[in-house]
Design a protein around this ligand. Structure first.
Ligand SMILES: Cc1ncc(COP(=O)(O)O)c(C=O)c1O
Length: 345
């Protein structure tokens, strides 16, 4: 076990005896076996058996797709579960803290609060860039995790690799880079960086570009030592059979996904032009994701007008530095046309 990781872990993690599921207790040599070990209903319905607790078929397929080894990968019930699991691993309740850079994705603070873990905040600069020196200055031995989404939500912008490298090199806890929107960005993923930085976790998800928010599948990429710690605390069957099957199917269908991404990026440009021309839009922030943050004259009024016309956008005004902003996701060409028609009115 890497000593840096060991020193950051909550002390009891390494003494936990993980649950042993029935199928882990024998080596399947490829024969077809009669399974009388797990108290399942034996009649085949496609889902009558427990899923593989370590999802090896799926992990091998993802590992090929992402160019990593299967033991550098952990799968979770959406990234949301992963965020909570990282907090469970590293943060002692009512003692440790996580660090975030608002405006940022809301679940980091929610998950920390659920676990009675303090949330330290070092805001982005007014132009929504990272204050790297501020983040490092706010860090102490209790600051176990730093969550940085890039591209960021709700702003849509990516953070520069130069700044992220400075964080990876100098942050003394675990740097969690959340790449939920990476497939929409021109920026390369930071997954290859895990080989260089033992305290780096890169998260991705099947919920955005992969079009599978409903199956709940998140991914963590890190060195095998850290992945092994996540495996110690996960619930035995956290990724269900249907999710594993659907994810394998979409990995075989990446041509369709890349066509969808191309369409969405094209639509994004179309929407951007219309939003910039719109009289009530004061600013349309640059976006590397599949959504825009726009500043408007009166967010609540415009939100209600969209709603009345049957279009639901997100009023992001409550986020730091986001007064009078709306976040608009790029839809299908038909949905975007409805939005453009409304904007023209
Ligand atoms: C930055 C970021 N990370 C993670 C998530 C959640 O991902 P998942 O659906 O995998 O839980 C979101 C969802 O909006 C997000 O914006």
């Amino acid at each position: 076990m890497n000593t840096e990781i060991k020193n950051l872990l909550r002390p009891h993690i390494l003494t936990i005896k993980p649950y042993q599921s029935a199928r882990q207790e024998f080596v399947n040599d490829g024969r077809s076996m009669i399974l009388l070990d797990a108290n399942e209903n034996p009649f085949d319905s496609g889902v009558n058996r427990y899923p593989d607790p370590f999802q090896w078929d799926l992990k091998r397929a993802i590992a090929r797709h992402k160019n990593v080894e299967p033991d550098q990968l952990f799968l979770s019930n959406g990234s949301d579960e992963l965020i909570a699991q990282l907090i469970q691993l590293f943060c002692n309740p009512s003692k440790d803290a996580v660090l975030i850079a608002p405006p940022t994705f809301g679940m980091y603070a929610v998950a920390a609060s659920i676990h009675d873990v303090a949330v330290k905040k070092v805001p982005l600069t007014r132009d929504f860039q990272l204050d790297v020196d501020g983040l490092l200055a706010a860090t102490d031995a209790q600051t176990k995790l730093l969550f940085i989404p890039t591209p960021n939500n709700p702003t849509g912008q990516h953070f520069s690799k130069e700044k992220l490298r400075k964080l990876a090199e100098n942050f003394i806890g675990i740097l969690v880079v959340d790449e939920a929107y990476i497939e929409f960005s021109d920026e390369p993923s930071m997954i290859p960086w895990i080989n260089e930085f033992p305290r780096l976790v890169v998260c991705q998800t099947f919920s955005k570009a992969q079009g599978m928010a409903g199956i709940r599948l998140g991914m963590a990429f890190a060195q095998p030592d850290l992945i092994a710690c996540l495996n110690r605390i996960k619930f035995p069957y956290n990724i269900n059979v249907l999710t594993q099957q659907s994810a394998l199917a979409v990995l075989e269908d990446q041509q369709r996904i890349s066509e969808e991404i191309t369409t969405l990026l094209h639509e994004k440009e179309r929407l951007k032009k219309a939003l910039i021309d719109c009289s009530f839009v004061q600013k349309c922030y640059p976006s590397d994701a599949n959504f825009f943050l726009i500043r408007v004259d009166d967010a609540q009024k415009r939100y209600q007008e969209f709603l009345k016309a049957g279009i639901v956008v997100r009023n992001t005004s409550k986020y730091l530095y986001c007064e009078n902003t709306l976040r608009i996701t790029v839809g299908t060409p038909k949905e975007n046309q409805a939005l453009l028609t409304l904007l023209k009115k």
